[in-house]
Ligand binder design. Sequence first.
Ligand code: PMT
Length: 224
Amino acid sequence: SGEGPLSGKTVLITAGPTREAVDPVRYLSNRSSGRMGFAVAEAAARAGAQVKLVTGPVHLPTPAGVERVDVETAEEMRQAVTDRAASADVFIAAAAVADYRVPRIAEHKLKKDTDGELHEIPLERNPDILAEVAAMTDKRPFSVGFAAETRDLEKHARKKLERKKLDLIAANLVGRDRGFDREENELLLLDQQGSQALGAGSKRALAGKLIAEIAARLDGEASS
Ligand code: PMT
């Protein structure tokens, strides 16, 4: 932390995928590399914030000046976030949290011959970490989500903004060839006032723009 538009602020960020075990050797997860969330953490630190980064399993170095907490499952990510949310001024959820987990993790590796064909794995819902933070009644941080969509970007992102009661959402189109696991991205910002394209570019450049937009909104809150 130091000089900059977020100096004196604490920013809590989630990044990367979560991993939900099926048995001792298998898991459910997704294509998130953590790049977007790490870029946001780096930009927030550059803007002078004290940054706490809760990340799922990724292969990325920790940005300078950032406090990193490694987790594996959605439940672990939720616990790490819950422990830190009330002392954060801003929460930014860039993680691709697995929506489902396996209720009973097998103690031993599932076997095709004795456990039957593995066509169906029972699943249960994971907690929505972002919605829980945004619903805090005491010391609620300014709450920013991401929306990863494969179509109807603005429509689905606006629904998430409303349903999770967010202050701001950064929407991106995702698929095998965009959004996840690449250096570039394209973001559309939505809030109650309207929408604003941040354009296409490197995740580092987009993270800088996102942090500038968040800093401007915190300033607006302070002076109104
Ligand atoms: O990591 P990269 O390879 O760089 O890829 C970046 C990214 C595409 C993962 C990133 O830009 C992004 O879009 N992150 C959010 C991915 C996602 O899971 O979006 P969603 O639309 O399913 O979820 C909406 C929001 O709720 C997100 O802020 C998510 O972090 C949050 N959420 C979702 C489910 C859940 N159980 N808990 C949550 O906190």
